[in-house]
Design a protein around this ligand. Structure first.
Ligand code: SF4
Ligand code: ZN
Length: 741
């Protein structure tokens, strides 16, 4: 253990402790000790402090108590000449630092200092959950906390791109000599937000704590670790070491010599102290600056601090030191490619050309064909290429992917087709939205100038689909139609196929199936969670229907979707079967004995965290409300979506609350044990509009078309009193239904 680092880290910790203490003192003087303290949109108080100490800090007085506790961990600043053989003191100083930093960061909110562009500040629980699914399904292998800046803007962009290309989430904080990586990216016009995997927290070094506070919440939310004592804190740190593949990039060399001729010391005591905090999570520190290394293994899986790495090798080094498992595909296209580009938009001014949307006709179709009908690897463009259209123009687009394989089945087509969105939008400079005949694609000028043409659009689909579905695809070819006339015939075929597919799942009912499917994809984060997917109830994330699970099982027998034989029926009305219970007991690691598919009140399904909606009981109304993830406002139950999500996620059964997919709302089996859709008394306007057609159809089927208008929205009520008054005024029949509880 290098004494220089130990001394610097402990000195930095003392500095932060002082700073937190004096700012807290100031705040108490101004607002009084009972003043509420909170980050926006979280149910975890000060998440890191909660994780490390079990204390629920919600007032200035409690913050003071937490800080006192942190101070008790803080070792004295060692004499630089004394040799410290153990990491222990430095690690304790790191923990104290994180608590102090979290208090410093939350005080900014207490003082009404909202983060300014480009900074995003604290990550709310809703975002945490949404992004969690990407860690769950492997779209994000881990995250990098970038602390400081690069010598030039170009190098900053290069570093960001090379992390994005590996689908690594990038958190940015702190600065080097007043400059920060996020500001460098902003100056170069790089889009930074959660969708592009580039998340700027704040310019102070203390804001790096927000990355660790995200990690701590991941363990509590998805890992189901309940905060509390020392042992819980250890579990939270272990969860991160084992499951969250993160590392710190401490940046700051090459800023030229300072006035005394030495290289400027850009790794400050504050940074050492913060790094010591990160090491507690098992997150190693990689630096381009020559600092003493800490190589022995112990807390981290491999080395703790690796330094003096040339910047063009820093990402590969980090991946190696953290032991990240990366699947990088070689895609023969002239632009960077990776999941980090999936959420990137192409704005009108940046656009070379667009297809579909409200401008032209467009569609995507995957079809299985006989083996000899396919010329493997061929890409045929029928119509003009991008360079034949003026800048900012539009073309129609039909993409027909034809595949053949000895074990290919028609049912697989939709599963493959659904992946086109992902694989098209992973290309830098390509924006893709929608599916089937509502596709919208934009290609940026930048991508165009780098040489991107329609041929490459085909190349990337072929490469990715071949890689992903190697077990079932032996041959693949792509036809791209950009000619209006030529596109009509395949579009007709596509429409017919879409209709046939819809009819197939629509006609299916649970009673006809003797087998359901499980999905345990989310267990990598919520270890006890199991989705039981039936023909009439899709997975709660909305992404997996029964047909999809069946196809996915056929494609990969050892995958996350397993068939469950229903066995004897235990209760028809509740939806409980012997076989399902038995499966559940095993798959939930013995934590669940029973499960009712059609009830939200008695042994309902567990929720992992990535549900599209929550249905919650409103006892005063004798009905239920449904709220979708996109709705940020208050609901009649007195909680926002994210607060509620925080309480029902993590893989436990919460009677009265279920997480679910949007499609399930209009299923005949939607809480049928409690009376079904007639119980719904409130939903946000956006949701109501989004699924209006299906709602109309469902209510008409019940002969109760008037109920649709009787569902209140935020315009009618946002509290339970208002809602009850509203329901009484309009005479909602739910008031006289059998009591729910
Ligand atoms: Fe997770 Fe369930 Fe969706 Fe599978 S179906 S990905 S377990 S939410
Ligand atoms: Zn999930």
């Amino acid at each position: 253990m290098s004494r220089i680092i130990a001394t610097a880290a402990i000195r930095g910790a003392h500095g932060y402790m002082e700073q937190a203490r004096s700012q807290l003192h100031q705040a108490v003087e101004t607002y009084g000790p009972d003043k509420k303290v909170e980050f926006p949109d979280t149910a975890y108080f000060l998440p890191l402090t909660l994780a490390l100490t079990g204390q629920e800090v919600d007032s200035l007085a409690k913050a003071q108590a937490a800080l006192d506790r942190a101070a008790s961990l803080l070792p004295p600043i060692p004499d630089e000449t004394r040799w410290l053989p153990y990491l222990g003191h430095t690690l304790d100083a790191g923990v104290a630092t994180l608590i102090a930093e979290e208090i410093i960061e939350v005080l900014k909110y207490v003082n009404g200092e909202e983060p300014e562009e480009p900074w995003l500040g604290f990550t709310g629980d809703a975002t945490l959950r949404l992004q969690g699914i990407k860690l769950v399904d492997g779209r994000m292998p881990g995250f990098a906390a970038c602390v400081g800046a690069l010598p030039t803007n170009e190098e900053a962009v290069e570093l960001a791109r090379s992390l994005q290309e590996r689908s690594i989430l990038v958190f940015m904080a702190s600065n080097s000599d007043g400059k920060s990586m996020a500001e460098q990216l902003a100056e170069e016009g790089v889009e930074m937000n959660w969708d592009t995997f580039l998340v700027p927290y704040g310019k102070d070094t203390s804001s790096a704590v927000l990355a660790l506070n995200f990690a701590a919440r991941a363990a509590m939310t998805f890992g189901g670790v309940k905060p509390g004592d020392f042992d819980a804190a250890r579990q939270i740190l272990m969860y991160n070491k084992e499951r969250v593949f993160a590392f710190v990039l401490a940046l700051g060399s090459d800023y030229g010599p300072s006035s005394n001729g030495h290289a400027k010391q850009l790794l400050t005591d504050e940074k050492y102290a913060t790094a010591a905090g990160a090491i507690n999570f098992g997150f190693p520190v990689i630096s381009d600056v020559e600092i003493p290394q800490i190589l022995p293994r112990g807390v981290c899986t491999y080395e703790h601090v690796v330094s003096g790495i040339p910047r063009d090798q820093i990402v590969t080094k980090a991946v190696e030191v953290r032991g990240l498992k990366l699947k990088m595909s070689e895609i023969p296209i002239p632009v960077p490619y990776g999941a980090g580009f999936e959420g990137e938009r192409v704005r009108k001014e940046q656009m070379q050309i667009q297809f579909g949307g409200k401008y032209t006709e467009s569609f995507e179709l995957v079809r299985g064909r006989p083996m000899d009908a396919i010329q493997d690897g061929s890409i045929e463009l029928i119509g003009p290429d991008i360079d034949e259209v003026e800048v900012g123009g539009a073309l129609p687009l039909g993409v027909v992917v034809e595949v053949a394989g000895r074990s290919f089945k028609e049912d697989f087509e939709t599963v493959i087709e659904r992946r086109i969105h992902e694989f098209a939008s992973w290309a830098y400079g390509v924006f893709h939205m929608g599916q089937r005949a509502i596709v919208w694609v934009r290609i940026s000028k930048d991508a165009y100038e780098k040489g991107f043409r329609m041929k490459h659009y085909g190349e990337m689909l072929i490469a990715k689909l071949r890689e992903e579905f190697s077990a079932i695809i032996d041959k693949i070819q792509v036809k791209i139609y950009t000619d209006e006339q030529a596109l009509q015939e395949p579009l007709e075929e596509a429409r017919t196929v879409y209709r046939q597919r819809d009819d197939r799942i629509k006609g299916m009912i649970d009673e006809d199936a003797d087998t359901f499917y499980s999905c345990v994809l989310c267990q990598s984060y919520a270890p006890d969670h199991v989705c039981v997917v039936t023909p009439e109830r899709l997975g709660l994330c909305g992404a997996y229907t029964w047909l999809d699970c069946a196809a996915s099982f056929e494609m990969n027998q050892h995958g996350p979707n397993q068939p469950i034989k229903k066995g004897t029926t235990i209760d028809d009305r509740l939806g409980q079967w012997q076989g399902v219970n038995e499966y559940l007991e095993v798959a939930s690691n013995g934590n669940l004995e029973r499960f009712n598919a059609y009830s939200m009140m008695e042994d309902p399904m567990t929720s992992c965290g990535c549900f599209e909606c929550i249905t919650a009981i409103l006892p005063e109304t004798n009905g239920v409300m449904i709220v979708n993830r996109e709705y940020e406002g208050m609901t009649p139950i007195g909680m926002s979506f994210s607060t509620m999500a925080g309480q029902i996620g993590g893989g436990v059964q919460t009677p009265g609350f279920i997480g679910m997919g949007k499609l399930y709302v209009t299923s005949k089996k939607f809480i049928s044990a409690e009376g079904g859709i007639e119980r719904v008394v409130w939903m946000p306007k956006v949701l109501k509009e989004e699924i209006r057609d299906r709602l109309e159809e469902r209510f008409a089927e019940l002969g109760k078309s008037d109920l649709l208008d009787k569902i209140a929205t935020e315009d009618d009520a946002t509290s339970s009193e208002e809602l009850v008054a509203y329901l009484e005024k309009i005479g909602h029949p739910v008031l006289s239904m059998e009591p729910m509880m």
